[in-house]
Design a protein around this ligand. Structure first.
Ligand SMILES: *[C@@H]1O[C@H](CO)[C@@H](O)[C@H](O)[C@H]1NC(C)=O
Ligand SMILES: *[C@@H]1O[C@H](CO)[C@@H](O)[C@H](O)[C@H]1NC(C)=O
Ligand SMILES: *[C@@H]1O[C@H](CO)[C@@H](O)[C@H](O)[C@H]1NC(C)=O
Ligand SMILES: *[C@@H]1O[C@H](CO)[C@@H](O)[C@H](O)[C@H]1NC(C)=O
Ligand SMILES: *[C@@H]1O[C@H](CO)[C@@H](O)[C@H](O)[C@H]1NC(C)=O
Length: 250
C-alpha cells in the first residue's frame, strides 16, 4: 500500500478516542489519558483546535525523544521505534500510531509554537495493555474437618498486572477475598455455593475460570450438568444404535 493509502486507511480506521482534558493552567497546558489494548491503532489528539498559523509542531515520546516535527509544511520523522508506525496529521495535530505495543505506554508531549516563538504544550498519557490470558483455577487443598469444608483455590496466570475477582453463586465474594488465592471454610449445614469463578481483568479485558463444588467437600473441573450432557451425547446414539442393531437381528 502506498504511504498515502496507508495514511488514508489509518485516518478512517483509527479508534478516535474521546479524550478527557483538564486544563491545568492558563498557558494552555492540558493532560488527557488514553487506554487501549495492544495492537490497536490510536490517535493522540487534543480536544481543542490548534493555534492558528502555528509554525512548528513537535511530538515527543517522553521529554527526551522527538518522534516527529512539522516545520513550515514538512514533517520530519525521527529515527525512533515509532518509525514507519506513526503518521502526523498537520491539520489536527493528531499523532496516529499504528499497532501500539505495551512498551509504547508513556506520557506524550505535543509542543506547538508560532512565528513569535510563543510555545504551547499538551500532555497525553497513553496506557497500552495486553489482553489478559485465560486463568486456570488450581485446587490447592480441600479438607473436611468437623463438618466444615476447608477450600484453598489459587487462580494463576503468567506474570502480569491484573485484578482478581471471585464469584460464588450468590454473586461477588466480599472484598477481603479478592486476591489471587481464595481460602474458604464452608460449614456443611449452611447453604453452599455450587461453583467458584475466578475472573482476572485489566482495564481492557477480562477472562475467567470456574470450578464446581460438590458437598460435602469436593471440587470438580466441570459441573454435573455438563457431565450429564456429554454422557447423553455419547450414550443416546449408542443406545439407539444398539436398539437398531437388535431390530435388524430380529
Ligand atoms: C490498523 O490500521 C491498519 C492500516 O490501515 C489496518 O490494516 C489494521 O487492520 C488496523 N488495525 C486495527 C486493530 O484496527
Ligand atoms: C503567537 O501566540 C501568541 C499566544 O497565543 C499570540 O498572542 C500571538 O499573537 C501569536 N503570534 C502570531 C504571529 O501568530
Ligand atoms: C473438632 O471438634 C472437636 C470437638 O468440638 C474439637 O475438640 C476439635 O479440636 C475440632 N477439630 C478441629 C480440627 O477443629
Ligand atoms: C485494579 O483495580 C483498581 C481499582 O478498581 C484499578 O484502579 C486498577 O487500574 C486495576 N488494575 C488493573 C491492572 O486492572
Ligand atoms: C466468564 O466468561 C464468559 C465468557 O467467556 C462470560 O460469558 C461470563 O459472563 C464470565 N463470567 C464472569 C463471572 O465474569
Amino acid at each position: 500500500m502506498s504511504a498515502r493509502g496507508w495514511e488514508w486507511c489509518l485516518a478512517v480506521e483509527l479508534l478516535l478516542l474521546p479524550l478527557l482534558f483538564l486544563a491545568t493552567n492558563a498557558q494552555g497546558h492540558s493532560t488527557g489519558e488514553v487506554i487501549v489494548v495492544s495492537g490497536s491503532n490510536v490517535s493522540l489528539q487534543i480536544s481543542k483546535s490548534l493555534p492558528d498559523n502555528y509554525k512548528q509542531l513537535t511530538w515527543f515520546y517522553t521529554i527526551h525523544q522527538k518522534i516527529v516535527e512539522w516545520d513550515s509544511g514538512k514533517s520530519k520523522y525521527f529515527n525512533t521505534k515509532f518509525k514507519g508506525r506513526v503518521v502526523l496529521d498537520p491539520e489536527s495535530g493528531a499523532l496516529n500510531i499504528y499497532n501500539v505495543q505495551k512498551e509504547d505506554s508513556s506520557t506524550y508531549l505535543m509542543r506547538v509554537s508560532n512565528a513569535t516563538g510563543k510555545e504551547q504544550e499538551w500532555k497525553i498519557l497513553l496506557k497500552v495493555f495486553d489482553p489478559v490470558p485465560t486463568p486456570a483455577i488450581n485446587i490447592e487443598k480441600t479438607e473436611e474437618t468437623n463438618n466444615t469444608c476447608y477450600l484453598k483455590l489459587s487462580c494463576v496466570i503468567p506474570d502480569q498486572s491484573v485484578n482478581y475477582t471471585w464469584y460464588a453463586d450468590s454473586g461477588l465474594l466480599p472484598e477481603a477475598y479478592q486476591r489471587s488465592v481464595l481460602e474458604l471454610r464452608v460449614p456443611e449445614p449452611q447453604k453452599y455455593s455450587k461453583f467458584y469463578t475466578c475472573e482476572v481483568s485489566n482495564p481492557v479485558s477480562s477472562k475467567n475460570d470456574t470450578v464446581y463444588f460438590i458437598p460435602p467437600c469436593t471440587l470438580a473441573r466441570s459441573s454435573g450438568v455438563d457431565w450429564i450432557a456429554s454422557w447423553l451425547v455419547v450414550m443416546v446414539p449408542t443406545i439407539l444404535g444398539l436398539l437398531l442393531t437388535r431390530d435388524e437381528l430380529f
